[in-house]
Design a protein around this ligand. Structure first.
Ligand SMILES: NC(=O)c1ccc[n+]([C@@H]2O[C@H](COP(=O)([O-])OP(=O)(O)OC[C@H]3O[C@@H](n4cnc5c(N)ncnc54)[C@H](OP(=O)(O)O)[C@@H]3O)[C@@H](O)[C@H]2O)c1
Length: 235
């Protein structure tokens, strides 16, 4: 029996992942501020605001099921693109909250998972973005937080390789996805988000990837038997 922990299971890519894992009989723990309308007895939902300095950490540690899982998968999918303003116009608190959600919460979860499931095969996916490697104006927080998360993934993989543990880490970039995150970006004014025109164009030209396609591809990567300790992957 497989246990899958997914942050941001209430929307977009995380929602597709949760549904696909439930369909293949996994037990799923979803963590987000909203819940989804599902009566599936294998879905456990935690209402966590992951941008709030680990208020949720103790509750999660004590609630995690300690069965003999055949494999445990942690997918850090929750993320925010805000703030999208250039330097000089950002709010300080929004910068801190975004780092808490995009970087600190995934690190806390990786830290918990490798401690609680130390005898189990573990697969960890941190959802990344092309923005981790390329600077985009107005996205200083998003670019730098995704870059930090990718480096944190690589360090974890190195530690697990040294310890010879059955843990593999994937930094997964799905490409531009047709999700509410993109919908919100397209609604922005150019003065608040200098790149809005590029995003409207990508949508109009049908260049967005469906979140279902990305979810199924990610699951395929997770299942690979030849997975290296660290995989930097782009769909
Ligand atoms: N969309 C793209 O084009 C694109 C491209 C590359 C990478 N990505 C990455 O893919 C991942 C999923 O993005 P998406 O497009 O599916 O976005 P989305 O539809 O906006 O979903 C974001 C998810 O994150 C959760 N979340 C946001 N703030 C949270 C908070 N404070 N606490 C807990 N959960 C929170 C949301 O849940 P609640 O609102 O219920 O809390 C939601 O489930 C993100 O990491 C994103 O950076 C997206």
């Amino acid at each position: 029996m497989e246990l899958v922990l997914i942050t941001g299971h209430s929307s977009g890519l995380g929602l597709e992942l949760a549904n696909a894992y439930l369909e293949r009989e996994a037990t799923v723990i979803g963590m987000a501020r909203r819940s989804i309308n599902s009566k599936n007895p294998r879905l456990y939902q935690f209402h966590f605001d992951l941008s709030r300095e680990g208020n949720w950490e103790d509750k999660l540690r004590e609630s995690l099921p300690r069965q003999d899982w055949s494999r445990v998968v942690l997918i850090n999918c929750a993320g925010t693109i805000a703030p999208t303003q250039p330097y000089g116009s950002m709010e300080g608190l929004q910068i801190s909250r975004a780092f808490e959600l995009n970087v600190t919460a995934p690190l806390r979860l990786m830290n918990i998972a490798v401690a609680v499931y130390k005898d189990r095969p573990l697969r960890i996916v941190n959802v990344s973005s092309g923005a981790a490697k390329k600077p985009y104006q107005g996205w200083s927080v998003y670019c730098s937080s995704k870059a930090a998360l990718a480096m944190a993934s690589e360090v974890l993989a190195a530690e697990m390789e040294t310890a010879e543990r059955d843990v593999r880490v994937i930094s997964y970039s799905p490409g531009p996805l047709d999700t509410p995150m993109q919908h919100e970006l397209r609604k922005k004014k150019p003065e608040d988000f200098p790149q809005v025109e590029r995003f409207v164009q990508m949508f109009n030209e049908g260049k967005l990837v469906s979140p279902k396609e990305a979810a199924l591809d990610m699951m395929k990567q997770i299942d690979r038997t030849d997975l290296p300790y660290y995989l930097d992957y782009r769909l």
